[in-house]
Design a protein around this ligand. Structure first.
Ligand code: PLP
Length: 376
């Protein structure tokens, strides 16, 4: 048994050893600037382009449709601000109330600049209603961009992205999905989905922190995000983080290759945890939709306080989360649970256990008995 039981994989994941190994040469001997012209740069440049192709292949895109960013937050900011605050053709935006703050706070900024943002409600299972989207787009207001998350970070609910995207395109708007919780965990093909933009972040799929990417459909123009050199097709200047890019591609390729096996493992652990809790007569409510990201288990314990549970579990060496990771220092109710119309009492008694590929049966048994012990 390892000392720490890490069950907060929706917040971040452990770096895959294979990804670290792939990164090492670019952190040591192959330190050349990928954009220089001498032979010493060739290996770094080739590594960046191979990584781009590898990532593209994992999501059914073309290599030139992948743009490297520093994280999911940056990818989201880039798309939303570039389209909504376009100097000649600014656009109104539709999103949902349960998006990550990387979207919601970007929308607040867009509103400050005079654009209109409509926030769709969500069901009790944290799923967006396609009919509400249709009604919103049918209104007199013109919306140029719809941004809806692929899978919710707090409760794991997966959205009907293909259906939502078809509606959006019928109304001649662009569709962006924040797929930070989905990429590397769910089978995903951008052409099948039809999305115009997709955001992803390496540290959520066993890659390094500080690197992410944006998928942008080839034929769509997006304003440059960082002005400067000609990196990333002149759209995001700044010397390439070669090691992180290589690590991200390696981690994503590995996760995609192992996805079926890991998904089965996580389904087994999930069932085990819930059946152990039932056996021990721990009263809980499972939140979110039945179609959810593997291993994401949001549980409410009537009469309990999620934050107290979190700290008691932490004292036992177990890491879980209340609300989303970025919220864990705030005591206010999670906006996602509120959007799901959850009572204040239930929301306060909610924790998110997010299991990952490395979690074992033994760890889940310890987690269940520790939870039982604390709640008793
Ligand atoms: N979007 C979602 C759905 C997330 O869960 C997160 C992180 O928790 C982000 C965006 C932000 O990603 P990053 O940490 O790479 O900025």
């Amino acid at each position: 048994m390892s000392e720490l039981i890490y069950a907060d994989n929706a917040a971040t994941t452990a770096l895959a050893p294979e990804a670290l190994e792939a990164m090492m040469p670019y952190l040591t001997s192959e330190y050349a600037n990928a954009s220089q012209l001498y032979p010493f740069s060739r290996k770094a440049r080739k590594a960046v382009e191979n990584a781009r192709a590898q990532i593209a292949a994992c999501i059914g895109a073309a290599p030139e449709e992948i743009l490297f960013t520093s994280c999911g937050t940056e990818s989201n900011n880039w798309v939303l601000k570039s389209i909504a605050l376009h100097p000649q053709k600014p656009q109104n935006v539709v999103t949902s109330c349960m998006e990550h703050h990387a979207i919601l706070n970007t929308c607040k900024r867009i509103e400050q600049y005079g654009r209109l943002v409509r926030y769709l409600s969500v069901s009790k299972q944290a799923v967006v209603d396609a009919q509400e989207l249709e009604r919103t787009l049918n209104s007199d207001i013109e919306f140029g961009l719809v941004s809806l998350m692929f899978a919710n970070n707090e409760v794991g609910s997966i959205q009907p992205i293909q259906e939502l995207c078809t509606i959006v395109h019928r109304h001649h708007a662009f569709f962006h999905t924040d797929a930070v919780q989905a990429v590397g965990h769910l089978p995903l093909d951008v052409h099948e989905l039809g999305v115009d933009f997709l955001s992803a972040s390496a540290h959520k799929f066993n890659g390094p922190k500080g690197i992410g990417f944006l998928y942008k459909k080839r034929e769509i123009e997006l304003s440059p995000h960082l002005d400067g050199g000609s990196q990333e097709y002149g759209m995001r200047a700044g010397t390439e983080n070669v090691a992180a890019i290589v690590g991200m591609a390696k981690a994503l390729a590995l996760n995609c290759a192992r996805m079926k096996r890991v998904t089965e493992h996580l389904a087994f652990l999930e069932d085990l945890l819930l059946s152990l809790l039932r056996e021990k007569r721990v009263h809980y409510v499972r939140n979110g939709a039945s179609v959810h990201t593997p291993g994401n288990i949001s549980l409410s314990f009537p009469g309990a306080e999620g934050e107290v549970l979190l700290h008691r579990l932490a004292l036992n060496g177990i890491c879980v989360s209340t609300g989303s990771a970025c919220d864990s220092k705030r005591t206010q109710l999670s906006h996602v649970l509120q959007a799901m119309n959850m009572s204040e009492e239930q929301a306060l008694g909610t924790i998110r256990i997010s299991l990952g590929a490395h979690n074992t049966e033994e760890e889940v048994r310890i987690l269940a008995s520790t939870l039982h012990h604390i709640l008793r």
